[in-house]
Design a protein around this ligand. Structure first.
Ligand code: OVV
Length: 400
């Protein structure tokens, strides 16, 4: 059957360009106006950007596969830089065993046990930031929080944890197209992968963390020990940069909306919903990929087999068909249907842990700080698979 290319909606937008990424939200609006499915000729990929189609794609794993890879690289046609993830980059039925094991170690009971440690670290970081007053908030306040509590929860030693950020850069850098920047980054792939590999070994982990829980699942016969090790790698891949960037963007949104900050400061119990709203409004995971398993018509366009589909979850969060005044940051908004963690069988498996980090962080801040003032321009960090801040200069003032 010939493909009706004449009816194809085509755009020259490049979602990986600096111009697009500096202000994705205006570009999302222009993409949404073109229709629900658009072919991006610069990269030969499809893109969906309305809340409705984003949800449809994410809940249709039979036709929109993850085995084709989580980024622009098409695993049906090309080899990836690392061994594919056994939870993200795989379809059912293989996917389900890994997912179940991860869900079990991330149980409500396990999360409850993490809270006190998160609160202690958040309290200390906020206290020391208030002590200084003028801070570079990404470096001094935001980044150290997940960089401490997450590897603690996984059960990693305190040693040289910064390498996780280099590894995270590679994981999320590989999401986008091959560029000189990417090649440069990947020049250290062997060294960094070897470090990560060693950190995922059972013997390198404490006996009480999330990592040990995965090895216990292997002992119980639910996984092989090699699979347990790869799932520890998934924790280290997905758990650090994402929360750093989301907390940083939420902090900026609060500083840029003094009325919303005042609401939170006066009622720290709003912290959880504030972080949820920030996950809709502006957060680290703006996009992900699927790959078609067959040729079929979708939302009026003829998709081919093994074609990449970019899913702009960040645009779904701004879709006026679903959200009243979508460009308004409103920490009291009812936001339970936001898709910033994805949805469906690959929806973020540690999303409750991410929410706990956000809640605890912003509660600690709201309990102690009176004013948040930006003291200079914030600077974006432009890693292809993520949105986040490299710099956020601020002045914090203590509550009386
Ligand atoms: C970047 C990312 C997200 C989710 C899962 C993984 C990686 C993984 O390696 O499993």
């Amino acid at each position: 059957m010939p493909i009706a290319t004449d009816r194809r909606v085509v755009s020259s937008f490049d979602p990986f360009s600096e111009e697009f990424r500096a202000d994705p939200f205006s570009h999302y609006a222009r993409l949404r106006a073109l229709g629900p499915v658009v072919w991006l000729e610069k990269h030969d990929i499809w893109v969906v950007h309305h809340h409705e189609q984003v949800k449809q794609v994410l809940t249709d794993w039979q036709r929109f596969s993850n085995a084709g890879g989580g980024g622009i690289t098409n695993y049906f046609k090309e080899k990836n830089w690392r061994q594919p993830s056994i939870i993200l980059e795989v379809d059912p039925p293989e996917h389900d065993r890994a997912r179940r094991a991860m869900m079990r170690v991330l149980s409500a009971t396990a999360l409850k046990a993490m809270r006190a440690g998160f609160e202690r670290v958040a309290g200390e970081l906020v206290e020391s930031a208030l002590e200084r007053g003028e801070i570079e908030a990404v470096e001094d306040l935001v980044r150290p929080f997940p960089m401490t509590v997450f590897p603690d929860a996984v059960g990693m030693p305190k040693l040289d944890r910064e390498i996780m950020l280099i590894y995270g850069g590679m994981v999320f850098g590989a999401f986008g197209p091959r560029t000189p920047w990417y090649e440069q980054l990947l020049s250290r792939a062997d060294e960094v992968s070897a470090w990560i590999d060693a950190r995922c070994e059972r013997g390198a982990l404490t006996p009480d963390g999330l990592g040990a829980g995965l090895y216990a699942a292997a002992d119980a016969g639910e996984l092989t020990h090699a699979e347990a090790k790869l799932l520890v790698r998934s924790f280290l891949s997905a758990g650090v940069d994402t929360t750093i960037d989301s907390i940083g963007l939420c902090l900026r949104a609060l500083a840029e909306h003094p009325d919303q900050w005042a609401l939170l400061r006066d009622d720290p119990a709003l912290a959880r919903n504030a972080f949820e709203e920030a996950t809709r409004y502006d957060s680290s995971s703006q996009s992900l990929f699927r790959t078609t398993t067959q040729a079929f018509e979708f939302a009026g366009q003829q998709l081919g087999k093994h074609e990449k589909v970019l899913v702009l979850i960040g645009s779904a969060g701004r879709d006026p068909a679903v959200w009243e005044e979508p460009d308004r940051f409103d920490i009291r908004r009812r936001v339970s249907h936001q898709v910033g963690y994805g949805t469906g069988i690959h929806g973020c498996v540690a999303q409750m842990m991410a929410r706990l980090e956000g809640e605890v962080f912003f509660r600690a801040l709201a309990a102690r700080a009176d004013r948040l003032d930006l003291t200079g321009p914030s600077v974006l960090r432009l890693v292809p698979g993520l949105r986040g801040l490299a710099q956020l200069p601020m002045k914090l003032t203590r509550k009386a």
